[in-house]
Design a protein around this ligand. Structure first.
Ligand code: ADP
Ligand code: MG
Length: 261
């Protein structure tokens, strides 16, 4: 579904400067439909850059990226993005926040209301439709952020450490909600995390990113049946294996920051 073909990305504030070091270099990657892909790697090695490219927020410096065989030229409701901090409009209630994107994307008032209510139900927030963002916990705000994306019926979910600011209990609940949604709606998921436990619990496939020029350090298929048990030996073994792979990588940022964002 996502296809990265020899993609490189370098940032430069001045367009004529061409010798900025590449963050991603000559990266080729295919993510088939309905795969749940988790991305791990030290801070600064380009994970968010990868997600922003898939979202269409930024363009590659070289190479080509397609989604469902179409070039990615910009953001699309087919590719919903969820960030670490849910930024809801504080002047709109929960329902209003979900309706906003639907109305902006041309849904009629009635259709938008139907979709928004369904999406809130899918994330277990239907009882809070009239609440204001300030009244919600972090986990509830993140549920609303997910409902806002789901309402637009995306084919892909692009998630950048979406639950890492939440307490352990909310995080586990949201992981399970996400897995249920993914199994039902058949999304393709690109999920960045700094938690090896989270990757082992969620992923069909784990990519471990490191610094350019060889960004894709590990590409591992996780062929473990679902539902998975967090405390199982298999998960523990996998977690250990992933941590060992991660520890082989040099830091991408100087001074060294490991796995913080
Ligand atoms: P990660 O998510 O793995 O921590 P990022 O993709 O956020 O890494 O960043 C990779 C590198 O690219 C970092 O050195 C970061 O400072 C740099 N970078 C990210 N976005 C920009 C930008 N818009 N302009 C310039 N440099 C950027
Ligand atoms: Mg990041």
């Amino acid at each position: 579904m996502f296809h990265f073909d020899r993609v490189s990305k370098q940032y430069s504030d001045q367009p004529h400067v061409t010798d900025a070091p590449p963050i991603l270099s000559d990266l080729s990657l295919h993510i088939p439909a309905h795969q749940f892909v988790c991305v791990l790697g030290p801070s600064g090695c380009g994970k968010t850059t990868l997600l922003n490219l898939a979202a269409g927020f930024i363009q590659p410096s070289q190479g080509r990226i397609t989604f469902a065989r179409q070039p990615i030229n910009g953001p699309s409701p087919h590719r919903g993005v969820v960030f670490q901090d849910a930024t809801l409009f504080p002047w709109l209630n929960v329902l209003g926040n979900v309706l906003f994107g639907l109305r902006h994307n041309g849904y009629s008032k009635n259709e938008a209301k139907k979709q928004a209510e369904l999406a809130l139900q899918q994330v277990g927030m239907q009882q809070h439709a009239k609440d204001w963002p300030a009244m919600l916990s972090g986990g509830m705000r993140q549920r609303v952020a997910i409902a806002r994306i789901l309402a637009l019926k995306p084919q892909a979910l692009l998630m950048d450490e979406p639950f890492s600011a939440l307490d352990a209990n909310s995080r586990e609940h949201l992981q399970d909600t996400l897995l249920e949604l993914w199994q039902r709606e058949q999304h393709t998921v690109l999920y960045i995390t700094h938690s090896v436990e989270e990757a082992a619990y969620l992923a069909d496939r784990v990519l471990i990113f490191g610094p350019a020029p060889h960004n894709l350090h590990t590409d591992m298929v996780i062929d473990m049946p679902r539902p998975r048990l967090r405390s199982s030996m298999a998960i523990q073994k996998l977690t250990k294996q992933l941590r060992e792979q991660l520890n082989q990588l040099p830091c991408c940022l100087k001074p060294c920051h490991r796995g913080e964002n």
